[in-house]
Write a protein that binds this ligand. Structure first.
Ligand code: PHE
Length: 472
């Protein structure tokens, strides 16, 4: 049975429910935590331009491909690929593995955010000079961040255990708009700080001399990470989509929204970075230092704003990490026939263990390196810089070469009911342009990046997976 409806599937409660959930998956730490510091580390303006082009061209195309494959098969990543050809099982398996790896560090950062809700309450903003050192001390503490990470992960488990429309949709509906409004507010405050214009210049004025293979790969990886692509997440979400949804417009809306929020986060953060005399290359602590510093300027009201910001930030992270957990869970449900609760619990136990190691790698275990990287960075680089991009390449090849063109056309036009005038262009991109482009960007990046050996290890891991995945 080739990619047809196989069983009755839960559906999203409503159109807006799906959009919110897909946008909820996309908008998360990737936009607000990762985008600003990656842009900072990669020279600013030029990175932002390359990122935006990748998001709009490759991002929309791959997202549409994932929605299409998901809805066509009504199955999550592994099953979706497998229903066409056993040879492709590995591409789905790579997605599940990516979700596992990302969930080996994402909850650590989610935990930081949760902790900052409470820290904002208890006097974090009282001494603006100490905000930077507070973050450093907190992040490298062996116990505190682990406790917060576990609480954060427990919230994920509760949401995912309740099933698709119950938990995920509700959380997203209220807090996503709150986050958006707060980011606009912080941007306005940030821009009005003395010396802020240097931040906007950094963010928007490209310095092409800073661009090399590593920058381009960082932009591609960031686009995939931020849009939740290349690992079957949007296949899984698409599998719950009703047959009447307009896939091309959903993919476009989610991508544009996600990109706007990343850039908005940049506008909120960089003027502050320059105004407070911080370094744009400061790394993962950026948002945790700059945002409280902006709020500290506001006195008492700042505390309230900071609390609300970190609550909204935590929820944005949650709506993303539940989608990661859902990828693993739905794999266990669809392929291994385990009940939902068992799937969630067993997946999250492994995630806790990995996240503990990740958190410790930023402090007491910082001397322990795999291919030159601590565990946190190892998982981050492996997924963001290689697995997701290669996963995206596979989905493009799969949709372009394995699925029949008529089937794609039927699915994306809802059986001819919808007009999708860019179908041919999309198909051409998927079939030729995107796979070749990703291949070259990855190849250039692997050798331009500092961690070449880690990247080669990643590629070998994919090969091993391809060999052994038939059993999955
Ligand atoms: N897109 C999410 C974020 O930006 C992270 C994510 C990646 C979620 C991959 C699902 C899949 O935070």
């Amino acid at each position: 049975m080739e990619g047809n409806q196989i069983k009755q599937r839960e559906n999203w409660g409503s159109r807006i429910g799906f959009l919110m959930a897909a946008a909820g998956s996309a908008v998360g730490l990737g936009n607000i935590w990762r985008f600003p510091y990656t842009a900072g580390e990669n020279g600013g303006g030029a990175f932002v331009i390359i990122y935006t082009i990748f998001a709009l061209i490759i991002g929309i195309s791959i997202m549409l491909a994932e929605f299409t494959v998901g809805r066509r098969t009504s199955l999550s990543a592994v099953g979706a690929y497998k229903s066409y050809s056993k040879k492709w099982t590995f591409a789905g398996a790579l997605g599940v593995l990516s979700a596992f790896f990302i969930m080996g560090f994402y909850p650590v950062v989610g935990g930081w955010s949760l902790a900052y809700v409470f820290k904002s309450f208890s006097g974090l903003l009282a001494n603006p000079e100490a905000i930077g050192t507070t973050f450093e001390a907190f992040m490298s503490n062996p116990i505190q961040p682990i406790i917060w990470m576990i609480i954060y992960l427990a919230l994920n488990v509760i949401i995912v255990a309740k099933g698709i429309s119950g938990g995920i949709e509700k959380a997203g509906k209220v807090l996503m708009p709150t986050l958006f409004v707060l980011l606009i507010f912080i941007s306005i405050r940030s821009i009005s700080l003395p010396g802020a214009s240097a931040g906007l210049e950094f963010l928007f004025k490209p310095d092409w001399s800073k661009v090399n293979g590593a920058t381009i790969l960082a932009a591609l990886g960031q686009a995939f990470f931020s849009l939740s692509l290349g690992m079957g997440c949007m296949i899984t979400y698409g599998s719950y989509l009703s047959k009447s949804e307009n896939l091309p417009s959903n993919a476009t809306i989610v991508t544009i929204l996600d990109t706007c929020i990343a850039i908005l986060a940049g506008i909120a953060i960089f003027p502050g970075v320059f105004a407070f005399g911080l370094e744009p290359t400061a790394g993962p602590g950026l948002v945790f230092v700059v945002v409280p510093s902006v709020f500290a300027e506001l006195g008492g009201a700042g505390v309230l704003f900071s609390v609300v910001f970190f609550i909204a930030f935590t929820v944005a992270a949650l709506t993303s990490s539940v989608s990661l957990l859902e990828v693993v869970t739905s794999y266990l449900i669809d392929q291994k026939n385990v009940p939902r609760k068992t799937g969630v619990t067993s997946a999250s136990i492994i995630m806790i263990a990995t996240s503990i190691l990740s958190s410790l790698s930023l402090g007491v275990m910082s001397g322990f390196k795999i291919f030159g990287a601590g565990i946190f960075d190892f998982l981050d680089i492996l997924t963001d810089k290689i697995f997701l991009a290669i996963g995206g390449m596979f989905i493009a090849i799969f949709t372009g070469w394995v699925i029949k063109k008529e089937d794609l056309k039927e699915e994306t036009t809802n059986g001819g009911k919808l007009k999708f005038s860019l179908f041919e262009a999309w198909y051409f991109l998927l079939k030729y342009v995107i796979p070749i482009l990703i291949f070259f960007v990855a190849l250039m990046g692997i050798f331009a990046i500092e961690q070449t050996s880690l990247m080669i290890f990643g590629v070998l891991l994919i090969v091993v997976l391809a060999i052994f995945s038939k059993k999955l």
